[in-house]
Design a protein around this ligand. Structure first.
Ligand SMILES: C[S@@+](CC[C@H](N)C(=O)[O-])C[C@H]1O[C@@H](n2cnc3c(N)ncnc32)[C@H](O)[C@@H]1O
Ligand code: SF4
Length: 383
């Protein structure tokens, strides 16, 4: 059995205005049980992560690990030797495939040559930087701590140190971002030695600083048409630079696709370690307690950190498959769809939202315009 690992690192120096991820800053932690100083939590947090891996080992007797992904939060805030201890632990408890993809997410201003060298030596072979934009006023609206120059410097360092795969995340549709600003960000990313790009439309999450600024009228979100235009611009520029789309928000050079995320979208097994992390094994899905101090308490008492879970029925499985696979460049096998679903999809052929050539080869694959209305098409297929 294949089992991927996701390792959640729930710490950030400062919360970006748009972000509602399960992450905690020193001031948010001050009310909890953990030390307010993030640099002091590295060893203790990782000790508990290792204990959850022991729990995984006792539940899953044997597995081959094809990918490991450290996400956050800001994983690069922790000590390199602590992060590497997690890799060693997974290697000691499971069979890790020879070409295992081991990714770390990084905030561009938290990496130094020393840290990257140690991470590479510890086994990380892929790094993903949260670039978001190359335009200072956009980064300021996003409330980011890094400067545009920091990204190119960090990517060049990662490249010289020998990371096999390097990715950057971009965000489009920030209030005040012009089309020209977005083109600058896309071209800046393309000027770097990377083989993967994720580009996400900015989502206004309830309860964030951004959402309050939008509510008070201090920031105005752009019209949907403009955001769609930015997707088209990016997709065209990425394609002409040799980056093909392989998932709605992800583009890669050949061989640069993130195998961890592909496994996730294909419904493979994965174990999410850490507070709030989700896991999926066979027909079972569960998620851990959310706060780091609750996680610490559970692990220290020898208990599982699982908060709740659900068993997927055959129907749930089919719906999930449609939702995930429609996002992928290989799309959905038409034979797995009912005749009603096939005829609903056929309507989008006429409007060129679904590719004619793939349809005649038996697959439902979105065109560029189809990708822009993927949510609507999914709803029509969930009958
Ligand atoms: C965990 S972060 C990446 C690593 C690191 N924490 C950083 O931000 O540099 C994952 C990515 O999710 C994206 N993201 C987070 N919140 C978002 C939102 N509200 N709308 C769109 N993208 C978002 C950002 O592009 C971010 O880089
Ligand atoms: S650094 Fe990343 S995880 Fe942390 S608040 Fe910002 S976007 Fe969220």
């Amino acid at each position: 059995m294949a089992l991927s690992f996701y390792v959640h690192i729930p710490y950030c120096v400062k919360r970006c205005g748009y972000c509602d991820f399960n992450t905690y800053t020193p001031s948010e932690l001050r009310s909890g049980d953990l030390s307010a100083d993030i640099s002091g939590v590295s060893e203790g947090y990782i000790d508990r992560v290792l204990k959850e891996i022991d729990q995984a080992r006792s539940e899953v007797s044997a597995a081959i690990v094809p990918t490991i992904f450290f996400g956050g939060g800001t994983p690069t805030l922790l000590e390199a030797h602590d992060l590497s201890r997690v890799i060693s632990k997974i290697k000691s408890e499971f069979e890790v495939s020879k070409d295992c993809e081991i990714t770390i997410e990084a905030n561009p201003d938290t990496v130094t040559e020393d840290l990257l060298t140690k991470l590479r030596e510890g086994g990380f072979n892929r790094i993903s930087f949260g670039m978001q934009s190359a335009v200072p006023h956009v980064l300021a609206t996003l409330d980011r701590t890094h400067k545009p120059e920091g990204v190119g410097r960090s990517v060049a360092l990662a490249n010289s140190i020998g990371f096999e795969h390097i990715s950057v995340d971009l965000i489009y549709g920030t209030p005040g971002e012009s089309i020209a600003d977005w083109e600058i960000s896309v071209n800046s990313a393309l000027s770097m030695a990377i083989d993967h790009i994720s580009a996400y439309a900015l989502i206004v999450e309830a309860g964030t600083k951004l959402s309050n600024q939008v509510k008070r009228g201090e920031l105005v979100m752009p019209a949907d048409d403009e955001t769609a235009e930015k997707y088209r611009i990016a997709d065209d520029l990425f394609a002409s630079a040799g980056f093909s789309w392989y998932e709605l928000s992800n583009w890669a050079k050949p061989g640069g696709e993130c195998r961890h995320n592909i496994n996730y979208w294909n419904g493979s097994n994965w174990w999410g370690v850490g507070p709030g992390a989700h896991s999926f094994l066979g027909n079972e899905r569960w998620w851990n307690v959310k706060h780091p101090s609750a996680y610490q308490e559970r692990i220290d008492s020898g208990l599982s950190p699982k908060l709740a879970g659900e068993t997927l029925t055959l129907e749930n499985h089919k719906d999930e498959k449609i939702m995930l696979q429609i996002r992928l460049v290989d799309g959905i096998d038409r034979k797995t769809l009912t005749s009603e679903q096939n005829s609903n999809a056929a309507r989008y052929l006429e409007s060129d939202h679904i590719s004619h050539s793939h349809w005649s080869q038996g697959r439902v694959v979105l065109t560029q315009s189809g990708r822009l209305i993927a949510d609507r098409i999914v709803r029509e297929l969930m009958v």
